[in-house]
Design a protein around this ligand. Structure first.
Ligand SMILES: C[S@@+](CC[C@H](N)C(=O)[O-])C[C@H]1O[C@@H](n2cnc3c(N)ncnc32)[C@H](O)[C@@H]1O
Length: 290
């Protein structure tokens, strides 16, 4: 069977039949619950009993959201499939549900969210389903809006099934460019079936809280049968450091004096653009102290 991402866009693949099939499979329910619990653990929320406002991005029928409800948190679920959300409504999940495409950004106010999880969903952004889709731009919009809506120091934990190393690298690069720091935690790295990769992202400057735990089974610990009862579509990806892009420095290229500016202005006028008149101040040098 080819990967779901290669078969149809998510809003078409997860139609009424598939949404129901997905949610009634006891195997899927169990696996998604286990992954969601682990993602919540990796969120590292303060253990003070205070309910937090969290996001579930690509929430589907609410299997992953249930873990947040069980842990006493409020959540907002985003999904692009109306059928998946219909099943979530039928199941009376506690989260607020939004029919939205994460590739267009999350559209939330800055700093209002305490943490975000996304379970088995973000890899869908790596596929262009329409001529207007450019995966890098969609990942940029997604991570940019995620970074903005998270409170400083908050985390986002994304469990995903990248098809290959190029996709993993593209996703991580876009997250770093948005300003996130963090890394990848791989559970059961030696089991082809149970291996799961979690991208753990931190918003804001690195702090003492920005620890990353070891993946389960890294020390040779054996996984149980239930841990192995899962898909084997994931990849191991390496650790990375936070690196916010530097602001571009203005380059003072030689030869761009008054003559060059006048020539450019003339070219713009010929193209019919409105250009300020040339004066004695055009392209003048400014003093070092302005
Ligand atoms: C494998 S399901 C996982 C659902 C849920 N997180 C769970 O653990 O059961 C992936 C979900 O991601 C959603 N999805 C895919 N691309 C999306 C996008 N661009 N925006 C929002 N949701 C998307 C799909 O509609 C689908 O419901």
């Amino acid at each position: 069977m080819p990967r779901p991402e290669l078969q149809a866009p998510p809003e078409i693949f997860y139609n009424d039949t598939e949404a129901r099939k997905y949610t009634t499979s006891s195997r899927i329910v169990e696996i998604q619950a286990r992954i969601s619990e682990r993602a919540l653990e990796l969120l590292n929320l303060p253990d003070d009993g205070v309910p937090r406002l969290l996001l579930d991005i690509g929430c589907g029928s609410g299997l992953s959201g249930e873990a947040m409800t069980e842990n006493g948190h409020h959540w907002i679920g985003y999904d692009i499939s109306q059928s998946m959300l219909n099943v979530a409504v039928e199941r009376e999940v506690d989260g607020d549900l939004l029919l939205a495409d994460m590739g267009q950004g999350l559209g939330l106010r800055p700093g209002v969210i305490d943490g975000a999880i996304s379970i088995s969903a973000v890899q869908w952004l790596c596929y262009a389903d329409k001529s207007s889709h450019e995966p890098r731009m969609r990942l940029k919009a997604f991570f940019g809006s995620l970074y903005r809506c998270l409170a400083r120091g908050a985390r986002a934990v994304l469990q995903l099934y990248a098809e290959n190393m190029d996709q993993s690298t593209m996703i991580l690069t876009c997250a770093m460019r948005a300003g996130f720091g963090g890394g990848v935690v791989v559970d059961w790295p030696h089991s082809s079936k149970a291996k799961k990769a979690y991208i753990v992202l931190t918003c804001g400057p690195p702090s003492a809280q920005a620890w990353l735990p070891k993946g389960k089974g890294e020390d040779g610990e054996m996984c149980t049968d239930s841990d192995e009862d899962s898909d084997d579509e994931n990849e191991t990806v390496g650790m990375y450091d936070r690196s916010r892009p530097r602001k571009k420095m203005k380059v003072n290229k030689k030869g761009r004096g008054r003559a060059w500016v006048l020539k450019k202005k003339e070219q713009m006028r010929k193209k019919g653009n409105v250009v300020p008149p040339d004066t004695k101040y055009t392209a003048r040098k400014r003093k070092a102290r302005f």
